[in-house]
Design a protein around this ligand. Structure first.
Ligand SMILES: [Mn+2]
Length: 383
């Protein structure tokens, strides 16, 4: 059955690069799509070369990505430049050479990616870049199929997870061929392992924050307020806020904490009329900033800019600021029947500031849960 494109020409070109005496490294910015694609490429070339190492340039911190590596036995190691002397050939999947400073100075023989092509000329003798594909895992499924390789249980599950993640579970940038690949892989994948990965949403060390969240959760106007106090990283505010999005009937939540000398508020929700980006922009008038989208926003201020008399009662102080900002916004939106007038009522400078901050906040905020894009260098994302 002609399930996929026939890639015999590409495969022949790829095979021509494989020499039995050479060691390969597949470099990735580890996320589910990259991990699965690297596993597939390793499977395709491993019997024809001396060795194939999968090396990641980033730290892996997301629990689902850690679960994927653990349950699917992905042999990924941390990339060290000293490894270079033992490697003769480099391949890159789910990325392009200019995406990451760690890739600079390496000569890639193979580049397989689905990110947009840029003007940067790619010198790799074998390159396959298809921005119209939802994931590289889809492309690699086609390669396996064309090569007559039936994906084993763990590889098939990895590719399925790669497709799921990059298409936000078939909701974003998903094409027919991504769906077809997923369907094909489901014959070989392991649904139980997939569920174990999907359910690995939290790290054990995050649990005390949840217990704090349940203790401090209280209504704030029509939304909810959570105070976590001092946190190691503001990322935990995002994790907790995303959790509360799953609570039926909860309109929006503001999860607050203090991290690195700053009071940070993470907003989630806003599926009704409330524009959380607009609320976030007014939380810390004169002492901090905020912004974001309608359903995800962030506000923050340096602790030193909080009036001295409020520093000991921060939880209540921040609550009052959010309550005031949200109620003000709600009344403005109610008065203008849906908010069009409300946004024009904001002063010009406030609005301009909000837009600038919204961009920064939006990018920062888009990473959690089934996350969107993230800077390629630092962390593993779900993209
Ligand atoms: Mn990808």
């Amino acid at each position: 059955m002609a399930y996929f494109r026939v890639l015999s020409a590409q495969l022949a070109q790829l095979q021509a690069l494989l020499v039995r005496e050479e060691s390969w490294a597949i470099l990735i910015t580890a996320d589910p799509d990259a991990l699965a694609s690297a596993m597939a490429l390793q499977r395709i070339i491993r019997s024809k070369v001396k060795s194939v190492t999968i090396a990641r340039t980033n730290e892996i911190t997301r629990p689902d990505n850690l679960a994927m590596i653990r349950y699917l036995n992905i042999p990924v190691v941390k990339w060290r430049p000293s490894m270079k002397k033992k490697i003769q050939r480099f391949a890159l999947v789910d990325s392009q050479a200019h995406h990451n400073p760690a890739f600079a100075g390496l000569e890639f023989s193979v580049v397989i990616d689905h990110h947009p092509k840029t003007d940067d000329p790619c010198a790799a003798p074998f390159q396959d870049i298809r921005p119209d594909y939802g994931s590289v895992s889809t492309m690699m499924t086609e390669y396996l199929y064309s090569a007559g390789i039936r994906p084993a249980r763990l590889l098939a599950t990895a590719l399925q997870y790669g497709i799921r993640t990059d298409t936000a579970t078939f909701g974003r940038g998903c094409t027919d061929v991504d769906l077809r690949a997923y369907h094909y892989l489901s014959r070989f994948g392991d649904a139980t392992l997939m569920n174990r990965i999907l359910r690995s949403e939290y790290m054990p060390e995050w649990l005390p924050y949840f217990s704090r969240a349940f203790e401090t959760l209280r209504p704030c106007g029509r939304g909810s307020y959570v105070w976590l106090g001092k946190v190691n990283s503001s990322d935990i505010l995002v994790v907790v806020a995303d959790f509360f999005l799953k609570v039926h009937g909860l309109r929006w939540v503001a999860v607050c904490g203090v991290s690195a000398g700053r009071v940070v508020v993470v907003f989630r929700g806003g599926y009704g009329k409330m524009d959380l980006g607009a609320v976030a922009s007014c939380v810390f008038p004169g002492i901090g900033g905020g912004g974001g989208h309608k359903t995800m926003a962030r506000a923050e201020a340096a602790l030193v800019d909080v009036p001295v008399e409020n520093r000991s009662g921060l939880e209540e102080y921040v609550f009052q600021l959010i309550y005031t900002a949200a109620e003000k916004r709600r009344r403005m939106q109610a008065a203008s029947h849906g908010g069009k007038k409300a946004s024009t009522e904001e002063s010009g400078t406030e609005e301009a500031k909000r837009r600038t901050l919204a961009k920064a906040a939006g990018e920062k905020m888009s990473e959690p849960s089934q996350g969107a894009a993230e800077e390629p260098v630092q962390k593993d994302s779900a993209e």
